[in-house]
Ligand binder design. Structure first.
Ligand code: GLN
Length: 200
């Protein structure tokens, strides 16, 4: 079984835990640097990216989180978590963790559309459309050639994957459909096997 950490500085932690467990992962709450040990992957939840960044700095987790991402273990950023992962944020000189080659538009759907739900066709998810719950969501304006676009809404990119990094602009933890978490857990299992084979 894989163990997935959830960065628990802000956001819907319990809901992410429920969805990860339903997808067959063990969950570890990550509140400080030591908690990053012994996890196979990390979820960076939604919330408010500038507040989360402040908390990351306050708990001296910035460097360790970047190291974790560089170690090859998978990271899944949702909504504000996606913003934290982006190398490029429109209107800002620098990003935050800067691990994914994506250019992000914060609050990109405008104020009129604070929150909404829409059915999405997400590449890699079988069956019915996936209902995306968007709350003051960002969108991805562009991605690098090695980043795969997994879903769009009105020509805006709302989910993407670059190798072991996954992100979505919506809140997959706020529905009973656990397929996005299932997709991530599968990525984690595959990566764990690969890393294990390399170290043998
Ligand atoms: N608008 C928020 C931000 O800029 C993200 C919203 C969310 O995570 N639901 O960080």
């Amino acid at each position: 079984m894989v163990t997935v950490g959830i960065l628990a500085l802000q956001g819907a932690i319990r809901e992410h835990a429920r969805s990860l467990e339903a997808s067959g992962a063990e969950v570890k709450i990550v509140k400080r640097v030591e908690d990053l040990n012994d996890i196979d992957a990390l979820v960076v939840p939604g919330g408010e990216s500038t507040t989360m960044r402040r908390l990351i700095d306050k708990y001296e987790m910035f460097g360790p989180l970047q190291e974790f991402a560089k170690s090859g273990k998978p990271v899944f950023g949702t909504c504000a978590g996606l913003i934290l992962m982006a190398k490029d944020i429109i209107g800002q000189d620098v990003g935050h963790l800067e691990v994914m080659d994506i250019k992000v538009h914060r609050n990109g759907f405008g104020r009129q559309r604070e929150s909404f739900e829409i059915p999405l066709d997400v590449k890699g998810l079988e069956g019915d459309p996936y209902i995306g719950v968007f709350i003051r969501a960002p969108y991805i304006e562009s991605v690098s050639p090695d980043t795969e676009v997994l879903a769009t809404f009105q020509d805006k990119i709302v989910a993407a994957r670059q190798g072991r990094f996954l992100c979505c602009a919506f809140h997959p933890e706020l529905t009973d459909d656990h397929r996005m978490h299932g997709y991530f857990v599968k990525m984690v299992e595959e990566t764990k096997n690969e890393l294990h084979n390399v170290s043998k």
